[in-house]
Design a protein around this ligand. Structure first.
Ligand SMILES: Nc1ncnc2c1ncn2[C@@H]1O[C@H](COP(=O)(O)OP(=O)(O)O)[C@@H](O)[C@H]1O
Ligand SMILES: [Mg+2]
Length: 257
């Protein structure tokens, strides 16, 4: 059997005249932790939403564990969505729910447990992201940005999904807190043995979380390799991005539009 968890072929998506994805090809293997890198606005989040079935691509194929999601029925898309744990940009917690209900939101829909049992699972999951039980009954507004991210991570991993998606997990966090979140993510991925896809333009985050990297540029995956290979890649666009250089093809490109 193939160990490909996610297979994307010739995926296209435009918004009006804005051609975002122009023929994306990508394979993600079972147990891999892959980072999708690229400048802001290159379509990283759009790609992720296409895989999740939250945005409808114009054409092409996105298979998750052998199931085609492009053009799939609502039921199939919901079934596929249940395979994923997600941490969205900004955390996306429900402001009106306490922490424990945020963490158990999805778990609850799948498992018939008593309130006490649910709170116990929430407590155990909080421990996985190094938060204390006292956080259970707090509301998102009472948490720091880093704690909100941890609760978002706890929610993503609560029902032990086989595939984890992280969209800009360290955006808006200071470097120390970012480091903590990166380590928690890497630990969670390793502990679950999950396949993970992280979208980021934070290279420190990429180095800590991922083992494979793919760069999106001009609607295409222009390079894919290991994190180690990324450091010495001589593709001029990838090289400039990875090392954050002020001059190079990317900045020329920015000046020309
Ligand atoms: N729902 C939408 N409707 C119209 N345009 C969108 C929508 N979502 C994203 N875009 C556009 O697609 C492009 C890629 O966006 P996005 O995937 O969010 O970039 P990033 O790589 O920073 O995650 C941007 O030009 C953005 O404005
Ligand atoms: Mg994005």
């Amino acid at each position: 059997m193939s160990d490909i968890k996610i297979q994307i072929r010739n995926l296209y998506k435009s918004f009006g005249s804005n051609k975002v994805l122009q023929g994306i090809d990508l394979d993600v293997h079972d147990g891999q932790s892959i980072a999708i890198i690229g400048a802001s606005g290159t379509g990283k989040s759009v790609l992720l939403k296409c895989i999740l079935g939250l945005i409808k691509p114009d054409s092409g194929s996105a298979m998750v564990e052998g199931i085609e999601t492009v053009g799939a029925s609502r039921q199939t898309r919901e079934d596929v969505l249940r395979k994923f744990g997600m941490l969205f940009q900004g955390g996306a917690l429900f402001d009106s729910l306490p922490v424990w209900e945020n963490i158990m939101f999805r778990f609850r829909q799948k498992n018939a447990l008593s309130i006490d049992e649910l709170r116990q699972v929430a407590t155990d999951t909080l421990a996985d992201v190094l938060l204390e039980e006292r956080v259970l009954d707090l509301y998102p507004a009472e948490l720091s940005g880093g704690m909100q991210k941890r609760v978002g991570l706890a929610r993503a991993i609560a029902d032990k999904p086989g595939i984890l998606f992280f969209d800009e997990p360290t955006s808006g966090l200071d470097p120390i807190t970012s480091g903590v979140i990166n380590r928690l993510i890497r630990n969670a991925v390793d502990r679950l043995g999950a396949t993970a896809m992280t979208i980021s333009h934070d290279m420190n985050s990429v180095r800590q979380i991922a083992d494979q990297v793919a760069m999106i540029h001009d609607g295409h995956i222009i390079w894919q390799g290991s994190v180690k290979e990324m450091e010495t890649v001589d593709h001029p666009v990838v090289h400039q991005f990875v090392h954050g250089l002020p001059t190079g093809p990317l900045t020329k490109y920015a000046e020309s539009i």
